[in-house]
Design a protein around this ligand. Structure first.
Ligand code: FAD
Length: 304
């Protein structure tokens, strides 16, 4: 791919997009792992994002939209084509009907704090999830009994063919760590959430309790992508891994956290290959010991 030529064409045809060439993805993922993206694009608003998607389609360039990079493992060879970061799409507001509207790049933690300051409850669970609204909807992010699916009323999105659509209610098809966006390839632009009035101090206290619980239970001091595996029906992945005696198991720089066995962490210098090998070791050992096949929750992307 002639990235220099493509950058020239992009600069001429699409306004309002900053583009970096051969940008290491390790700087854009919470795992701190990942080879270079050919083109790393940062649109300044949703119009520029839509224009950029149109351009990648016309040029036949694969495009991956990312938010906080907190559920991604990017392979060591990096990503061919364009990675589009939503980091600057961070407008949020309260509408006249009381609903809160947020663009896809708003960090979930910032949205939760915004709701708290407005005295609206429902998003307390989200304050410690290091993802964005777009990633949160795509994954149906959830914690401590709360899920984004309980709050979202409507989402504006752009389909792979470039059509602007509004997804409503049940049509989001939210499930465990999935939504209609997981397989459709549509990109979330903004969403609207219905929250309930609550007591600001009580909301703040609940958020603080969750924050403390995370600090106590999760290896937040090490880079990771959160829980590596989905929760198998009737079990907890972390508990199965711990009972199999895998805490501390290491491949290169990747390690099963001693603090929470459901988290694979980057102890320093881990490659994607280390993590992928460790994932396979953990899966085989848990299958042997418990007869349960763990499915990764993290999304593995990039050139094999
Ligand atoms: C320490 C830690 C704790 C965590 N705790 C939790 C938790 O409690 N609960 C939980 O659910 N998750 C948790 N996670 C995982 C992660 O934060 C969530 O999955 C989050 O929703 C991912 O959002 P993101 O913006 O980082 O998405 P990314 O990692 O950037 O992307 C994930 C997927 O979403 C897609 N995507 C991103 N933005 C858009 C968009 N605008 N439109 C369409 N698709 C998009 C990407 O293409 C990719 O396939 C944790 C992660 C870490 C590191």
């Amino acid at each position: 791919m002639d990235t220099e030529k493509l950058m020239g064409s992009l600069a001429c045809e699409v306004q309002g997009v900053e583009v970096l060439r051969d940008e290491p993805m390790s700087g854009h993922t919470t795992f701190k792992i990942g080879g270079p993206a050919d083109l790393f694009c940062i649109p300044r608003d949703t119009e520029a994002l839509c224009e950029l998607l149109k351009w990648t389609r016309a040029e036949g360039i694969p495009a991956l939209v990312i938010g906080g990079g907190s559920n991604l493992l990017v392979r060591d060879r990096g990503i061919r084509g364009a990675v589009i970061s939503t980091a600057r799409l961070t407008a949020m507001s309260q509408r006249e009907d009381g609903e809160v509207q947020a663009e896809c790049g708003v960090p979930l933690a910032r949205l939760a704090a915004y709701a708290r300051d407005l005295g609206l409850c429902g998003l307390e669970f989200a304050q410690g999830i290091p993802g964005s609204v777009g990633g949160g909807i795509y994954m149906n992010a959830g914690a401590y009994g709360g899920e984004i699916k309980n709050l979202v009323t409507e989402t504006d999105a752009v389909t792979p063919s470039g059509e602007l659509v509004t997804v409503r209610g049940e049509d989001h098809r939210f499930g465990y760590r999935e939504s209609c966006f997981t397989c459709s390839g549509a990109v979330v632009l903004r969403t609207r959430l219905r929250l309930l009035p609550g007591d600001r101090a009580a909301i703040a206290a609940q958020m603080e309790e969750y924050r403390e619980r995370r600090r106590r239970m999760q290896p937040l001091e090490s880079p990771s992508a959160g829980s590596t595996f989905k929760r198998p029906t009737g079990f907890y992945a972390g508990k199965l891994i711990e009972e199999t005696g895998l805490k501390g198991l290491t491949v290169g720089g990747a390690c099963v956290s001693e603090k929470h066995a459901g988290f694979l962490i980057n102890k320093g210098g881990a490659t994607a290959r280390d993590v992928l090998e460790l994932i396979e070791e953990v899966r085989s050992a848990v299958l042997r010991e418990h007869g349960v096949l763990l499915e990764p929750e993290i999304k593995v992307v990039g050139e094999e």
